[in-house]
Design a binder for this molecule. Structure first.
Ligand code: HQG
Length: 181
């Protein structure tokens, strides 16, 4: 796969595994959001422009995703984070004392009032380091990195879930636990 096709296939897989599987007749496990690689392949093939895709192409997309968006285990594949559609259950984890969230200048005033909300996704996305936060926040204007004091958030009732690859998720993070980095 050349890089352009790889990126387009990755977006198509993202749509299926994070956002609107049912629109394409794909059923994801209600707990972990996975399906068999075979079911995904069949669904991908239903669009004629993608009828040529092979399992190894999917594996290439999974392997090359710089953010490790997908995970394959025992013949099943899922998006690790980013879902708008089904709410995946993750095991709660022992989160680091500080996590980061990348956002933009325009969103800041509202975040400082309401805290971080999951908006169109199922969870707020946080990361252990600032690289992932920088990638996320740079997508929509002037980058702002917020530092989240997870102990204070936990005291306010927040549970953090680990999605892998340094990515942590939460339902909501109160503004009291956020500060500009
Ligand atoms: C902001 C992509 C106003 C929040 C990324 C963000 C990430 C608020 C936007 C992953 C707010 C939601 C997730 C509030 C939060 N008022 N704005 N109270 N609370 N926001 O895309 O975290 O490439 O749903 O700061 O790189 O940006 O798709 O979340 O700006 O890793 O794999 O509302 O998705 O990864 O935007 O991105 P999103 P996100 P992929």
């Amino acid at each position: 796969l050349d890089q352009t096709i790889e990126k387009r296939l990755s977006k198509w897989m993202t749509k299926l595994l994070r956002h609107t599987p049912e629109e394409f007749g794909l059923v994801l496990d209600s707990e972990d959001g996975s399906c068999t690689v075979n079911d995904l392949l069949e669904t991908i093939h239903a669009e004629s422009e993608w009828s040529w895709v092979k399992q190894e192409d999917i594996e290439q997309v999974v392997r090359n995703s710089e953010k490790q968006r997908f995970e394959i285990k025992n013949g099943r594949i899922r998006a690790r984070y980013g879902h708008s559609h089904n709410k995946i259950s993750y095991a709660p984890g022992e989160q680091p004392a500080v996590l980061y969230h990348g956002t933009n200048k325009k969103a800041l005033p509202s975040i400082l009032i309401e805290g971080l909300r999951s908006m169109g996704r199922q969870y707020v996305h946080l990361s252990e380091g600032t690289d992932f936060a920088t990638l996320a926040g740079s997508r929509r204007g002037e980058l702002i990195i917020l530092k989240v004091d997870t102990l204070s958030a936990a005291q306010l009732g927040v549970t953090f879930y680990y999605a892998g690859n340094e990515v942590w998720l939460a339902d909501h993070v109160p503004s009291e636990s956020c500060s500009v980095w």
